[in-house]
Design a protein. Structure first.
Length: 260
């Protein structure tokens, strides 16, 4: 591939990859996937995220945040740990943050507080945010509608919404849609939505080990499968994979403030 791809969202630091992590990273390089962005989950994953990014500084780039599914009774102490990390180490984004109403609706108010707190940090530090929005577009929009300004940018991770939701995000001005394996699912309908969205607004991701694209659906996802997402987008937009790579990589470098 003449232009490299970037996986803007992979949890390759998790135990799922303990047996073949280095093999996957090397295979990514061989297949033109030259950067992997690592979203943190909570205090338990910080060490793994930091270690991997230190081991592969030219390939793995760390983020720092508290995932909404990790917002429990102790979320304030978790936030304190996250904030400390942001003050002592350089990260490319604050993420993965947001609201998840699929797994647990009982913590909605705590999730809102945690999300708003981390958005505030992002604006202060001029870092992009990576937003998790599972069954929570309305809740996320109500918050971003209020907080959005020129200092707020980022990615709506794993975008699976409709045309109206895509337009809402695009109208913020500083956000991209993270597109992963779901776009390859036969009945997801995301391919139809994206035909109404300019590629200028997209970045690529895998969310590995989750949301594995066709033809590997049901198996562990990995960053090397990002090429299947790119292939699907090349079909949707009727252009070459090289064109998809060039545009989405440029978009990712812009959002995450990295040099080419």
């Amino acid at each position: 591939m003449s232009y490299p791809l970037i996986d803007t969202h992979t949890h390759i630091y998790l135990d799922d990859f303990n047996d073949d992590r280095s093999v996957i990273i090397n295979n990514c390089k061989k297949n033109g996937i030259n950067k992997l962005f690592l979203p943190n989950i909570d205090s338990k994953t910080i060490e793994s995220v930091n270690r991997l990014s230190a081991e592969y500084p030219e390939t793995c780039y760390p983020m720092m945040g508290l995932h909404p599914c990790s917002v429990k009774k102790n979320y304030q102490s978790e936030l304190a740990i996250i904030e400390n990390q942001l003050n002592i180490k350089q990260y490319i984004a604050i993420g993965e943050i947001g609201i998840d109403l699929y797994w647990d609706q009982s913590t909605l108010e705590e999730q809102k507080i945690a999300f708003k707190t981390q958005v505030k940090w992002a604006k202060e530090k001029k870092l992009p945010i990576v937003i998790h929005t599972r069954e929570s577009f309305d809740e996320i929009f109500s918050i971003i509608d209020t907080l959005n300004d020129d200092n707020l940018t980022g990615v709506f991770h794993c975008f699976t919404g409709n045309k109206e939701q895509a337009e809402h995000i695009i109208n913020y001005g500083g956000f991209k849609l993270g597109i992963g394996g779901v776009v390859t699912f036969k009945n997801a309908g995301l391919d139809i939505t994206l035909k109404e969205v300019d590629i200028d607004h997209l970045v690529l991701e895998t969310d590995s080990p989750y949301l594995t694209p066709v033809p590997f659906r049901g198996k562990r996802n990995e960053s090397t499968y990002l090429t299947y997402v790119a292939e699907k987008l090349s079909s949707i937009y009727e252009c070459s994979i090289g064109d998809i790579a060039k545009k989405t990589t440029t978009n990712a470098l812009e959002i995450f403030k990295l040099e080419k």
